[in-house]
Design a protein around this ligand. Structure first.
Ligand code: CUK
Ligand code: CUA
Length: 639
């Protein structure tokens, strides 16, 4: 009898639990499911409407999704080695990961941003930050490959990055951590007043996309968080949140939450250009790596640059102003008109929105409320554009649609809240599963959003998918935002931890997506473009094997004359000229992954044989009915 009652109790608890799940809309069913499925279903062979570029967080990569299906299309290696594509393993791409700290085959990526023209996405490049060893990457959207990586000197934690100005004049890359500049040995407790921080302005060559570290602006040694360039009327400015104006060096969760208000720093980069023009900069010695992948030779080179032009905002008037912003703001988002700057104060009950025109008025009338390290602090009320009253708990990021609405994520209350820009009224709220970080709307941080879908990127997954042990893939959630109310349509798993995502209509990119590298244009120094040129050249202990591959053989396929202690370079050219017919190459005992070589391309693998014998190599990509026959043998003799 007792057991019976106990069972009833347990089932009652289960029912209550499940019911409350349903009440939250956590598991959808019936009509909603059919309806949502229809709106996210892409029939076999058909294409998605948008590309979504999601940062990979601690994976260091950029993943490409089809939206609305949530299908993973590709993972583009950016800052991390990728054995699938040999990125960072083959000789061609190793220099991409060179830094002044050495070869760093990993980073922490947060914010992809697509290039713009006239404030609208133009689909030429995606820029993305490496947060850890501060770097900015440029990914080419014709090849979907990483084309360039530039290191940032005088910086640590490149977080408020990589955001483009409205004509991609600059990619602006912020700092997160205040540090000694230049670096030096000093007591950590002496931080206050003795650290600095840098914002890097990377100019972009409009023809080939190449970045150049044009100048840096030096600011006080607070900690800085998220940023966005102004747009429209605020073009020429850059806004970035601060969160440790206390300059605490320990127990930040307490010590950096003392001040009622931190700041949004408003940086006038047009003014900075004037100062540069007039020669009011100092040239500082420093070191940083600049790595470029050449599309003709298919080879990367790394150059160490030695100096940088610096403008010190603590000394040059008019360069930076501080806008008081409540409670450790995280995201800093500018609406499509450029008038409103949203500061998402993590510990604030309300959402603070600054007005750009009021800011200009206050600056013009010199209505300052003190200064910090020589930088004027504006009066909070003078720059306040509006307040969204008690929208939720723990605001992080805001994105915009094309109807004057804003969408803000709330980490603690785990929801997205839709509100009206200008009237500040709350229009809708929908839960996320769970604890959302960034959100993204196609073009939602530009002057022209496509307000059809919104993707929320959540930090915690728990029960959304089949359990996969203690760690679950992060979850992204797709909402339809065309109606008055947001509708949750789809969950999909992500690679690593996506922070921000940048999305764009597919038709702006798909037609120019490159299909093939022409063999006739292959300028790789070790290319072998016809079978007559295959050969083996010995230079001391270095052996260069010039090999070709085409369905279904590797040439040469028998190699002798190699000795233990040699360094063997396989320079392999894929002679195919059919779209999407790569061949792979794997060598038993080689410790650096395989090669995956696209038609018309050449790649190089290094192998240092340690054992005498006959060793096989083979193609790793199933390329034809005779793929298994695409193999060879190499004889290694004693030294
Ligand atoms: S941060 Cu990750 S959720 Cu780096 Cu943009 Cu806010
Ligand atoms: Cu070539 Cu398989």
């Amino acid at each position: 009898m007792k057991t019976f009652n106990f069972l009833i109790l347990i089932s009652a608890a289960l029912v209550i639990g499940l019911t409350s799940c349903n009440n939250q809309g956590q598991k959808s069913s019936g009509a909603l499911t059919a309806n949502a499925a229809e709106r996210t279903y892409i029939p076999p062979g058909e294409y998605d409407e948008f590309y979504g570029f999601l940062s990979g967080g601690f994976s260091g990569q950029l993943s490409v999704y089809g939206i609305p299906s949530g299908r993973l299309l590709k993972v583009i290696p950016v800052f991390s080695q990728d054995p699938e594509k040999a990125y960072g393993y083959n000789e061609e791409t190793k220099p991409m990961l060179n830094t002044t700290h050495g070869f760093i085959p990993w980073d922490d990526t947060h914010h992809p941003d697509i290039s713009q023209t006239n404030g609208e996405l133009d689909g030429r490049w995606v820029f993305m930050n490496g947060n850890n060893t501060p770097r900015v990457a440029r990914i080419d959207l014709e090849t979907f490959e990483t084309a360039e990586i530039i290191e940032l000197p005088n910086s640590a934690g490149n977080h408020s990055s990589a955001f483009v100005t409205e004509n991609t004049e600059y990619v602006i890359a912020g700092t997160r951590f205040g540090i000694p500049i230049p670096q030096k040995d000093m007591p950590i407790a002496d931080r206050k007043g003795n650290f600095g921080a840098s914002f890097s302005f990377l100019s972009v060559d409009q023809d080939n996309g190449e970045m150049d570290l044009s100048f840096q602006i030096r600011v006080p040694g607070f900690d800085y968080d998220l940023a966005h360039p102004g747009r429209g009327k605020s073009h020429g400015w850059y806004f970035v949140t601060t969160y440790n104006t206390e300059e605490a060096h320990t127990l930040l969760e307490v010590n950096a939450s003392q001040n009622d208000k931190d700041f949004i720093a408003a940086i006038n980069w047009k003014k900075a250009e004037e100062y540069i023009e007039n020669g009011d900069f100092t040239t500082e010695a420093t070191e940083y790596a600049h790595n470029i992948y050449d599309e003709h030779t298919h080879t990367a080179t790394s150059t160490i640059k030695k100096e940088v032009r610096v403008l010190d905002a603590r000394e040059l008037p008019g360069l930076v102003y501080f806008l008081p912003t409540p409670k450790s703001p995280h995201g800093c988002d500018v609406d499509p008109t450029g008038e409103y700057i949203v500061g998402n104060g993590k510990l604030s009950a309300d959402l603070t929105v600054h007005s750009f025109s009021k800011m200009l008025d206050a600056i013009e009338n010199e209505k300052f409320d003190g200064e910090a390290y020589g930088i004027p602090i504006l009066n909070f009320e003078d720059v306040l554009g509006g307040t969204v009253v008690q929208p939720g708990l723990g605001p992080l990021h805001t994105e915009f649609d094309n109807n004057g609405n804003a969408y803000t994520t709330f980490f603690i209350s785990s929801e997205v809240v839709k509100w009206k820009v200008g009237t500040w009224e709350i229009l809708d709220r929908k839960p996320t599963y769970y604890s959302v970080g960034h959100l993204s709307i196609p073009g939602g941080n530009s002057q022209k959003p496509w307000g059809k879908y919104m993707v929320a990127m959540n930090k915690i997954t728990k029960d959304r998918y089949l359990p996969t042990g203690p760690e679950m893939n992060h979850s992204a959630q797709l909402y339809d935002i065309t109606g008055d109310k947001m509708e949750l349509l789809l969950d999909f798993p992500t690679i690593g931890e996506p922070h921000y995502a940048s999305m764009i209509p597919a038709d702006m990119i798909m037609s120019k997506s490159k299909k093939i590298y022409k063999l006739a244009e292959n300028e790789h120094p070790h290319a072998t473009t016809n079978d007559g040129d295959v050969r083996i050249e010995r230079d001391g202990n270095n052996v260069h094997i010039y090999m070709t591959m085409i369905r279904s053989h590797l040439n040469p396929d028998n190699i002798e004359g190699i000795k233990v202690g040699d360094k063997v370079y396989f320079h392999i050219t894929n002679l195919e000229q059919d779209f999407d017919v790569p061949h792979g190459f794997a060598m038993m005992g080689a410790n650096n992954s395989e090669l995956l070589i696209m038609p018309g391309q050449t790649e190089t693998m290094v192998w240092e044989p340690k054992k005498v014998g006959i060793w096989p190599f083979y193609c790793t990509d199933f390329c034809s009915a005779l793929h298994q026959e695409m193999q060879g043998l190499i004889r290694v003799s004693p030294a």
